[in-house]
Design a protein around this ligand. Structure first.
Ligand SMILES: O=C(O)CCC(=O)C(=O)O
Ligand SMILES: [Fe+2]
Length: 318
């Protein structure tokens, strides 16, 4: 009898222990389950954060798909490298001028029209002119035709404001070179787009630009917005850009970007490099923000409409 009781007591003890073990196992299992769920949640959050950052980066980066048309280090000479694109319908809304209105549209780049030495002389000219004033923000212009010069948050007329001082800043040779370069650019555009050079005219604004990474103070400093020159400036039919400084060594950022439907195509500025294109919406573009250094360029614009033509600048008589 006593033995049976003992066995019973033992049996009770054993089942107690068994229960404890089971409880322990269940607890361990549930805590393992919890930690693996936590790990999974952590992995999901990490994957989400990474995915979102990548998406944000791609969406905001300068050019989702970017093809470089011409790199800084390449030399495109003597013939321009030409990329044709179908003309937009923009030109249909304007009077057509035979021998000039774009029938063939596109873009082209050449390093064979202006030498690096000439670019340097033009850059010095721009430096001297802009040293007289300049914008408070990151983008300043100097227009030798109208005399417009950035000053603080606005513009002054360099010829009126600096009057008789002006011949101490610019020389006859500077202006001679400017006119000669303008003529060569016009011939190159006419030749490339099969135009009659005599019915293509210089138009306004044609100006020097100086861009650095200083924060914009007015809308005039916001040079980076996508735009169509024919819409922004009205009279433009062909736009040309003559670069006076080097991407990568004089400044970083500041690449020129054609914003095509299937991606961006960039041109890296190089001193003496000429880039030109038809001004309609087939050539929507923008300038990447300059992140360091100073970028100098000249925008030289042409029209087919003689009513919008302007003459070459000359140094006012003393
Ligand atoms: O400086 C450049 O590369 C482009 C300037 C421009 O787009 C413009 O003047 O309309
Ligand atoms: Fe432009």
């Amino acid at each position: 009898m006593a033995q049976v009781r003992m066995r019973n007591a033992k049996g009770a003890n054993a089942s107690e222990i068994e229960k404890k073990i089971k409880r322990g196992n269940a607890l361990r299992q549930s805590s393992a389950w919890h930690s693996s769920r936590l790990l999974l949640a952590l992995l999901l959050v990490t994957a989400f954060v990474c995915g979102a950052s990548l998406w944000l980066y791609l969406a905001s980066a300068d050019g989702d798909i970017t093809e470089t048309l011409v790199r800084h280090g390449e030399l495109v000479s003597p013939q321009p490298r030409v990329y044709t694109v179908p003309c937009s319908e923009d030109y249909d809304q304007h009077k057509r001028f035979p021998g000039c209105t774009p029938q063939k549209c596109g873009r082209a780049v050449t390093d064979g029209v202006v030498t690096r030495e000439e670019a340097q002389v033009l850059r010095r000219l721009a430096e001297r002119g802009l040293a007289l004033a300049g914008s408070e923000g990151g983008a300043s212009i100097l227009d030798l035709h109208s005399g417009a010069l950035s000053m603080g948050k606005q513009f002054v007329n360099i010829y009126r404001y600096f009057g008789d001082q002006i011949d101490k800043v610019f020389t006859q040779e500077d202006f001679q070179l400017y006119r000669d370069v303008r003529r060569r650019i016009q011939e190159t555009i006419a030749h490339t787009f099969a135009l009659d050079v005599n019915v293509l005219f210089l138009t306004k604004p044609t100006f020097f630009s100086r861009i650095n990474s200083t924060e914009a103070k007015t809308q005039h400093d916001e040079y980076w917005h996508p735009h169509i020159d024919k819409v922004t400036y009205g009279s433009f039919d062909y736009t040309s850009l003559l670069y006076l400084t080097d991407y990568g060594s004089d400044f970083t950022g500041g690449r020129f970007i054609f914003m095509d439907q299937d991606g961006n195509r960039t041109v890296e500025p190089r001193a003496g490099r000429l880039s030109f294109f038809s001004s309609g919406s087939e050539n929507l573009h923008r300038v990447e923000r300059v992140t360091w250094g100073t970028r100098y360029a000249i925008t030289v614009s042409f029209t087919c409409d003689p009513a919008h033509s302007i003459i070459d600048p000359s140094l006012p008589a003393p």
